[in-house]
Write a protein that binds this ligand. Sequence first.
Ligand SMILES: Nc1ncnc2c1ncn2[C@@H]1O[C@H](COP(=O)(O)OP(=O)(O)OP(=O)(O)O)[C@@H](O)[C@H]1O
Ligand SMILES: [Mg+2]
Length: 242
Amino acid sequence: MPSNISSSSSSGNNASLAKTWIRGFDSLIGGGFPRSSFIILAGHPGTGKSTFAIQFLLNGAAMAKETGIYASFLEREEIFIRNMSKSYGFDFKKPLEEGTLQFLEFTPMAPDVVSDTFNMIVKRVIETGAKRLVIDSLNALFVETSPAEQRRILEIVLNRIIKDQGCTVIAILEQSIGKTEIGFGIEEFVADGLIVFESYIEGLEIKRRAIVRKLRGMQHSSRYQSILLNPNEGISFLQLAE
Ligand SMILES: Nc1ncnc2c1ncn2[C@@H]1O[C@H](COP(=O)(O)OP(=O)(O)OP(=O)(O)O)[C@@H](O)[C@H]1O
Ligand SMILES: [Mg+2]
C-alpha cells in the first residue's frame, strides 16, 4: 500500500462512493464522495488544494484502478509532477505509464476557446472511461468568461461528464485571503459538495484548517479539521482541538 494511503480504510471499489483514501478525510464525509457528484474545493493560497486533488486521483488509481484526469490551467505538467514528487515522494511513474493518471495542461483561457477546451476534456473522459476528474482551477478556466457562458459550461460538466459518464469531479476555486465570498456565485449553487480550506495566523505561525460546508445526501462533519502536509504522505486531516 502506498504510504500516502489511509491504512484505516479498506481497499477496493465501492459502487456508490468515491473514496479518497486520504488519512482522516473519508470518515468526515460518511465514507467517501457520492459517485457522480460535483465537488467544489475552495480555499486560500497554499493550503493544500492541489495536493488533495492529486491524491484523490493517485489513490483512486492505486486502490481501485480508476482512471483520473487532472486538467490543469495553472501549472505545467512537468513542474507540477516534479514539485509534488519532491514535496511528498508521490510516485507518478506507474499510473502515468498505465494511463490511470492523465494530465491535461492548458494555458489560462481566452473566452472564445473555453468551449473547445471543455469539449476536449469531455472527449478525454469518454475515451478513457475516467471516473475522477480534477479541474485546477475554475478561476483560471473562467478568467474572462461571462456568467451565462459559465453556466453553460457547468451544465456540460454536470450532464456529459458527471451524469452520463458517472465521473466524480473536484473543481478547485481559489479564494483570496480576506475575501468573504467563496467564488463567482453560481458554482457553489450547482455543486453537490463544498469543502473549504483556510489559512490563518495563530501566534507567529500560519496554520491551515478545513471544513465541509455541504455534501448533499451525506451526513458529514460540521467541525473544522487541521490540515497536515507531511513529506512522504501528503495531506491528512486531524480533528482540531476546541
Ligand atoms: N513536505 C511538505 N511539508 C509541509 N508543507 C509542504 C510540503 N510540501 C509542500 N508544502 C506546502 O504545501 C503548500 C502547497 O500545497 P498545494 O500546492 O497543494 O496548495 P494549493 O492550495 O494548491 O496552493 P496554490 O494556491 O498555490 O495553488 C505550500 O504552502 C507548501 O509550503
Ligand atoms: Mg494549487
